[in-house]
Ligand binder design. Structure first.
Ligand code: PTJ
Length: 268
């Protein structure tokens, strides 16, 4: 692998640049698809609009997602290249805390990428990785892309699928065949966000640790209380709140009532 430029920790955009480097590294090692780099750039733009934080509607959606995961019979985390690059350790931690199966499911599927993604997950502590090679022996008929190939022990028989950083087609197809879909997507306007049962509008890097924390909290509650959290959550209304948040933040910035981050205007 080529030696990359090291980003100085003193750089005002250190965290953002660190993540970018991580994706490039994992692109070079065959985990991230070239389109994954484009997807990341689009994500960064939305993250700027959100102020690079977990906004209140995202926190609400994370709580509802955690309750749904804890109450699900067979919840599965679907992993693509970007998620493996950005949050493999959190995938392992969520899987063991919430008894979730982990399945590799790639849009740009190749056996090399499947194996590379599996290796990253195993190195991070995931004990069993589903969906690789012949294990993806079932088909989701409603879907045209390579994502239709799924593991009978995983996504195929799941009642809930967590789909971080997704393309909209599969979310729609999974909903059509009766599965609950929890999406993590920085874009509140994406088809994934619109079609998911619960849409968490935020960066996977921040969402995953918070989701693990909430799963731990919900596990201490009664099933009834967890059910109440799910029933009081309205995804459409919550997405409207995300858009309202962005519109309000932009207006506050325009009239100078919110301060622009120091780095705006600097090249990063
Ligand atoms: O690894 P593969 O082959 O399965 O391919 C993965 C990608 C991401 C390339 C594939 O699923 C794809 O093409 O996705 P899209 O249609 O580009 O959608 C990705 C969505 O994720 C966009 O709405 C981005 O804004 C969003 N996004 C990007 N980075 C993040 C993110 N959402 C949350 N956290 C991020 N870090």
């Amino acid at each position: 692998m080529k030696k990359r430029l090291v980003v100085p920790v003193t750089h005002p955009r250190y965290e953002s640049l660190r993540l970018r480097e991580l994706l490039v590294e994992q692109y070079e090692s065959g985990v991230v698809a070239v389109a994954g780099l484009i997807a990341h750039g689009r994500g960064e733009a939305f993250d700027y609009l959100l102020g690079e934080t977990l906004i209140p509607p995202a926190l609400l959606a994370i709580k509802a997602a955690a309750a749904s995961i804890v109450l699900a019979k067979h919840p599965v985390i679907s992993v693509n290249g970007n998620l493996a690059a950005l949050a493999a350790r959190e995938v392992a931690e969520l899987s063991s805390n919430a008894s979730m199966d982990v399945e590799v499911n790639l849009f740009y599927r190749s056996s090399e990428r499947e194996l590379a993604t599996k290796r990253v997950l195993e190195k991070a502590g995931v004990r069993k990785v589903l969906g690789v090679g012949r294990d993806a022996s079932e088909r989701i008929a409603e879907l045209g892309s390579e994502r239709r190939r799924v593991d009978p022990r995983g996504i195929f028989s799941a009642d809930l699928v967590l789909v971080p950083l997704e393309d909209g087609d599969r979310t729609e197809a999974l909903r059509r065949i009766g599965k609950k879909v929890v999406a993590i997507d920085l874009n509140p306007l994406s088809r994934t966000s619109v079609f998911a049962s619960i849409s968490i509008v935020g960066n996977v890097v921040k969402v995953m640790p918070k989701l693990i924390e909430e799963v731990k909290n919900i596990k201490q509650m009664s099933r009834e209380k967890a059910g109440d959290i799910i029933n009081s959550f309205d995804n459409k209304k919550n997405l409207e709140e995300c858009i309202r948040f962005i519109a309000h933040r932009l207006e506050q910035l325009r009239i100078g009532e919110a301060s622009l981050p120091k780095h705006i205007g600097e090249a990063d």
